[in-house]
Design a protein around this ligand. Structure first.
Ligand SMILES: NC(=O)c1ccc[n+]([C@@H]2O[C@H](COP(=O)([O-])OP(=O)(O)OC[C@H]3O[C@@H](n4cnc5c(N)ncnc54)[C@H](OP(=O)(O)O)[C@@H]3O)[C@@H](O)[C@H]2O)c1
Length: 200
């Protein structure tokens, strides 16, 4: 499968063990998380830092990086420390605490899932905290690739129970405005999905 797949969209069978709302989160967050981690070429025993670990792609990036055998440092706000720990992160840094900078190590891959709209001194320091061949990948660096091979891999890992997509809230289509308002508050836990019912 070539990366040019993006132009045609991508397709996979929905994981059998989750509903459509969770499958949407798995696909939306998962495609980006897999794109980051494959670009970083992560192998067993490497050190990965995920900045914005409690959002849509961050939650899946933690789980996939652990599956690949990485040691994962997750950066999030104070209300999500327990949550990202439950996803398997080995250590957590709180972006609201100045002293978090002093706990930085050297990483083979630093993923920034929030981009320049939410920057901080800690993020600048994370971007520098790389090992010799380490990489820094930001959501601002390029478009999402819609790849069916990655979507199929997501289905496989969800069915194996390796990856669990997390929906904070599910809104009916009629409450789209409320859903956007909630997301724009900037602190959802994982993803927010919208249900669209077929009318007969
Ligand atoms: N398939 C795709 O193309 C795709 C998939 C996923 C996301 N995205 C895009 O990626 C972006 C991020 O999405 P998301 O759902 O992950 O984002 P989000 O819910 O807006 O935020 C994700 C992370 O940002 C952290 N955060 C909030 N305020 C912050 C601050 N002031 N400084 C540092 N970090 C802060 C949150 O931490 P706390 O809540 O713990 O404070 C959370 O870990 C969006 O633009 C989205 O559209 C695209």
């Amino acid at each position: 499968m070539k990366e040019g797949d993006s132009k045609q969209g991508c397709l996979a069978v929905k994981p059998r063990n989750i509903g459509f709302e969770e499958a949407t989160s798995a696909a939306y967050g998962g495609l980006l998380a897999f794109q980051y981690l494959e670009k970083g070429n992560i192998t067993h025993g490497q050190n990965v830092l995920i900045y914005g670990a409690s959002g849509t792609s961050g939650t899946i990036a933690i789980q996939y990086a652990k599956y690949l055998g990485a040691t994962v440092t997750a950066v999030c706000g104070p209300s999500h420390i327990e949550f990202v720990t439950s996803l398997g992160a080995d250590s957590i840094l709180d972006y609201t605490k100045d002293e978090s900078i002093t706990y930085l190590e050297e990483y083979d891959l630093v993923i920034d899932t929030v981009g320049k709209r939410k920057t901080s001194e800690l993020k600048k320091a994370c971007a520098q905290a790389l090992r010799g061949n380490g990489k820094y990948i930001s959501i601002d660096d390029g478009a999402l690739l819609l790849r069916s091979d990655r979507l199929n891999k997501i289905t496989e890992l969800v069915e194996l129970g390796v990856i669990k997509p997390v929906n904070d809230r599910v809104y009916p289509f009629e409450q789209m405005i409320e859903a956007h308002r909630y997301v724009e508050m900037g602190h959802k836990t994982g993803n927010v999905a919208i249900t669209v019912h077929k009318t007969t």
